[in-house]
Ligand binder design. Structure first.
Ligand code: NAG
Ligand code: NAG
Ligand code: NAG
Length: 287
């Protein structure tokens, strides 16, 4: 009897750990159902500028490249301008990333400008085994490993940009109470915690705004969807221009060929490595 109880309590602990919100799911996975509509209907801003940085690199890109075994000399650094923002975004791509520069520029141009405003740098690296997509958001940066998007599959870019807007705050204070009144969350990944739930709700909500529909009724998560509709109207997500008051300043520039960084590259790193305390997210096969 004693033994059975302890086995049961271990089992329930594992179940809780793998689904921290403990809800049923609206769909098993959002991407396959929502990406086609998002790709077709999200307002798209084509990037206009391409300002390659040849000698310097933002410090955070240098550090991330070093800890992910991409040589500083393999890092493409470029400033990207969109017609709705007076300031460019500086992006950093390891030349071994399966996402082309143009793909990254295009997909980021599909992210609603209000969310884009809260992103500092966009970074792209390969995955060690060449498969799937991992990503994280940290200090306003969104970092992708592997093939995470294309122009008709922008959901992971939307998800990561939502994290930079949330700053683990909106999700805790506003989304979590709504979750507690609902029986489901968007998908299995949203069940991880309220932070992931908010990022996935942003994907469901923007899909509903731009397509005018959802693949199935959202009654089981109506409190969450009502809060999203209240706080993230089309006019909030798509103001005419970016909000320069929230756009984070670039990470300080450093010299790409600084010998002490080149030496660090040789001795550090195993990909993909997020900063300490930041969770790496596994999106599986996206495109
Ligand atoms: C945190 O979220 C609350 C409620 O959503 C909001 O009122 C507050 O301004 C936010 N704080 C920060 C620092 O963003
Ligand atoms: C960058 O560092 C290299 C090696 O020390 C040096 O030759 C070069 O002049 C530096 N460039 C800049 C722009 O500081
Ligand atoms: C983008 O990814 C989707 C989902 O895998 C795929 O169906 C589509 O063909 C891809 N589009 C391009 C332009 O590569």
């Amino acid at each position: 009897m004693m033994k059975l109880t302890s086995i049961l309590s271990v089992a329930s602990y594992i179940a809780t750990a793998s689904a921290a919100l403990g809800k049923t799911t609206w769909l098993p996975e959002l991407g396959p159902s929502l990406n086609p509509g998002l790709g077709e209907k999200l307002p798209f801003k084509a990037s206009t500028g391409n300002n390659p940085w040849t000698t310097t690199i933002p410090q955070v890109c240098q550090d991330t490249a070093i800890s992910n075994k991409c040589k500083p000399s393999e890092m493409e650094v470029f400033g990207v301008t969109y017609p709705d923002c007076a300031k460019p975004w500086v992006m950093c791509r390891c030349s071994k990333s399966p996402m082309a520069q143009q793909t990254i520029r295009d997909v980021f141009g599909e992210v609603p400008v209000h969310l884009r405003s809260t992103v500092r740098h966009v970074m792209a690296f390969p995955t060690p085994d060449g498969k799937g997509c991992h990503a994280y958001a940290s200090s306003g940066d969104i970092v992708f490993f592997g093939d995470c998007a294309n122009k008709t599959a922008p959901s992971v870019f939307l998800h990561e940009s939502a994290h930079t807007r949330d700053k683990n705050n909106y999700s805790k204070n506003t989304i979590l109470p709504a979750v507690n009144s609902d029986t489901c969350v968007p998908d299995n990944y949203a069940n991880t915690n309220e932070v992931e739930d908010f990022a996935q709700l942003m994907v469901v909500h923007t899909h509903k705004l731009v397509t005018g529909s959802s693949p199935k009724p959202t009654d089981c998560m109506s409190h969450q969807m009502d809060i999203m509709a209240r706080d993230w109207s089309a006019s909030t997500l798509w103001p005419a221009t970016c909000d320069l008051s929230v756009k984070p300043p670039n990470s300080p520039s450093v010299n790409k060929t600084d010998p002490k960084n080149v030496a660090r590259w040789a001795s550090e790193g195993s990909a993909p490595t997020p900063p300490e305390g930041v969770q790496l997210e596994d999106f599986g096969v996206v495109v």
